[in-house]
Ligand binder design. Sequence first.
Ligand code: AMP
Length: 251
Amino acid sequence: MASLSAQIPPCLALMMAACLMIGINGSIDGAQREFDYFALSLQWPGTICHKTRHCCSSNACCRGSNSPTEFTIHGLWPDYNDGTWPSCCYRSQFDVKEISTLLDALEKYWPSLYCGKSSTCFSGKGLFWAHEWEKHGTCSSPVIRDEYSYFITTLNVYFKYNVTKILNEAGYVPSNSERYPLGGIVSAIENSFRATPEVICSKEAVEEIRLCFFKDFKPRNCLASKTSCPKYVSLPAYVSMGREASESEMA
Ligand code: AMP
């Protein structure tokens, strides 16, 4: 009886070998394919902090008068053009020592707005920054290749486009009574940023604004998706939840 390899034409054998190397996500060796663009996801503390029910030291909503009043960073996310995204691309356990020179800036502009620990890709639970680096940062190659570069690049892009200032200058100021047209908010950002952002809402309140970039960090439109926002949205003013307000809950 002829051996199996003798029955398979050489070109088919080559294709079968290639199929074994290519993982279910369509990439060589099971790695996820290279991303298409970046989204800088910014969160609005006025909306998220309204949901705070108890305080803890890790939650920036609990800093009283020092709590954030401007959009803060959620993360820099490598995304695909089809609306999906890669995550947890390789094992790289977050090491806070690598970003020790950035900690003051990260505490201020990239704080956690929650109390619970965040899930990490391979090591269980950790800081919000560990979650963002392991889940998204590791998928930013070849543009960003290490933890320090991920955080410094994100901070620099964030500083370049001040969404809070753009909105304030267009008259969209934090308020617990006003409703603003979603189209007006989007246009204000388009006029300054020269590309269309994505706006995410929690009920009628703006919760996140995402700015999208080509791999060289030139602005590009975010994907035209069904927005989670109604036609008129709010930009809630921050209600400080200081330690003094919640000491009994902390105890
Ligand atoms: P994360 O903090 O990265 O876990 O993201 C929080 C939520 O944002 C997720 O539950 C998703 O709904 C959404 N999300 C996460 N990553 C992306 C991404 N790369 N592009 C768009 N949405 C995302």
